[in-house]
Design a protein around this ligand. Structure first.
Ligand SMILES: NC(=O)c1ccc[n+]([C@@H]2O[C@H](COP(=O)([O-])OP(=O)(O)OC[C@H]3O[C@@H](n4cnc5c(N)ncnc54)[C@H](OP(=O)(O)O)[C@@H]3O)[C@@H](O)[C@H]2O)c1
Length: 256
């Protein structure tokens, strides 16, 4: 039997877990795609290809060229461009697309969240008075906070923020999750943080900062996800595997 060829668009823990679940299956040939942004990426359990495809048209050409049977977009909830490209490439090639996206965090008793729609709103939500801000949003959008240079920032990211912020009072911390609650509480205390900025990424690897803010009674500016309609959708790796088998089965029955 010919193996069904699966492309996982990755860069997340879920993509790695999914690749590990599928890598051992004799009926599948799995390739994991990474953007190549992280200088020292974590080891992956399946063959990896690295780097952009060249937009939606480049991705469509790759899918055709590699005879991919099904794409699973398991990229980060805030990686919007690659997800839009995947939807467009699926539409033009007819190759089915599944979206694996972890659920966002919900506000709990004791949380002091201010929900905003984007980074500009997050900057404005910090207010005019100088504050000590823990910026835990990754490095790509950190530059937006140059617009509010009166604050002190502690910026945490996996790779260095390059170029660095122009704001005058910034500390940088390089670290990769998962992060533990007690360590996050100590970090917020040691740096005398009085407000946290986070994306609503969901998942467990980076949720401790939210719990730490709750424990210390600190406000959180929470950047929410944009709503997207994208067909086949799973919230967990198990659901994604079930959905994938269902979709592959339907295609086999139709003789595609
Ligand atoms: N944004 C976040 O907060 C965040 C957090 C954690 C991890 N990540 C991961 O980091 C990567 C980059 O995120 P981003 O926000 O820069 O993405 P993005 O803005 O959606 O994508 C920008 C471009 O990077 C390339 N790309 C992105 N993901 C790719 C993948 N898995 N395989 C091959 N090319 C990819 C594509 O280039 P072409 O158009 O040339 O194909 C895409 O157009 C993603 O894989 C994402 O899962 C992002």
């Amino acid at each position: 039997m010919d193996k069904r060829r699966i492309l996982i668009l990755g860069g997340t823990g879920e993509a790695r877990d999914l690749a590990a679940r599928l890598a051992g299956r004799a009926d599948l040939a799995v390739t994991l795609s990474l953007a190549g942004r992280t200088l020292d990426p974590a080891p992956q359990p399946a063959p990896v290809r690295t780097g952009g495809f060249g937009g939606a048209a480049g991705l469509a050409a790759y899918l055709d060229g590699e005879s991919i049977d099904l794409v699973i977009d398991a990229t980060h909830p805030f990686a919007r461009q690659i997800s839009a490209n995947a939807r467009a490439a699926s539409a033009t090639t007819g190759i089915p697309l599944l979206r694996l996206e972890r659920l966002g965090w919900d506000e709990q008793a004791g949380d002091l969240w201010r929900r905003v729609a984007n980074m500009d709103e997050a900057v404005a939500a910090l207010g005019l008075e100088p504050r000590r801000v823990f910026l835990a949003i990754g490095r790509q959008e950190a530059k937006a906070f140059d617009a509010a240079p009166q604050h002190h920032y502690l910026v945490r990211s996996v790779d260095p923020v390059d170029p660095p912020l122009d704001a005058p009072d910034v500390d940088y911390l390089l670290a990769r999750g998962p992060f533990a609650l007690e360590a996050e509480i100590a970090l917020l205390r040691d740096h005398r943080i009085d407000i946290v900025v986070s994306k609503n990424s969901g998942g467990e690897a980076t949720s401790a900062k939210i719990a730490a803010a709750r424990r210390l009674g600190l406000p959180v500016v929470m950047v929410e996800r944009a709503a997207v309609e994208d067909g086949h959708r799973a919230g967990t790796v198990e659901d994604a595997v079930r959905l994938m088998d269902h979709v592959l089965g339907a295609f086999r029955k139709r003789g595609v």
